[in-house]
Design a protein around this ligand. Structure first.
Ligand code: ZN
Length: 137
């Protein structure tokens, strides 16, 4: 079951520089920068109502996010939309049964201990979709 939009991920070249718009202009409070080694990125979350904004900075030129930014002239760009699900393993099974192409066949560990998986944009008309299940529901 899909519960809500968990967050919108924005790819950025420099997480500290980009954070300033949210903290200084919008007055939001950063939840701190966390490195996700697995994905070769640093992330920073801001909570806004029921949803969150995730800034994602690649830490390695081999990171998919680096290539994404490179193709867009290193301008901050919406990268993915994440939907919170009740049971990520069950949703991945459902998607596999429907022939949906997955980047992650099994959930992996994202920031804040969340279980996450990405759906291949070829199966979602070009939009990168993440599904996630928080650790503490
Ligand atoms: Zn995300």
């Amino acid at each position: 079951m899909y519960k809500k939009i968990s967050h919108i991920g924005i790819a950025v070249k420099d997480i500290n520089a980009s954070s300033k718009f949210y903290t200084e202009c919008l007055g939001w409070v950063s939840e701190g920068v966390e490195e996700v080694l697995d994905q070769k990125v640093k992330v920073c979350f801001f909570t806004i109502g029921e949803s969150r904004i995730e800034l994602v900075e690649p830490t390695d030129e081999n990171s998919g996010v680096y290539k994404f930014l490179e193709e867009r002239g290193f301008k901050d760009t919406v990268h993915h939309i994440a939907y919170e699900v009740e049971n990520i393993e069950k949703e991945l099974e459902n998607l596999k049964l429907k022939g949906v192409r997955l980047i992650d066949e099994k959930p992996r560990k994202g920031a804040h201990g969340m279980k996450i998986a990405f759906i291949h944009p070829k199966s979602s008309n070009g939009v990168l979709v993440e599904i996630c299940e928080p650790e503490n529901k």
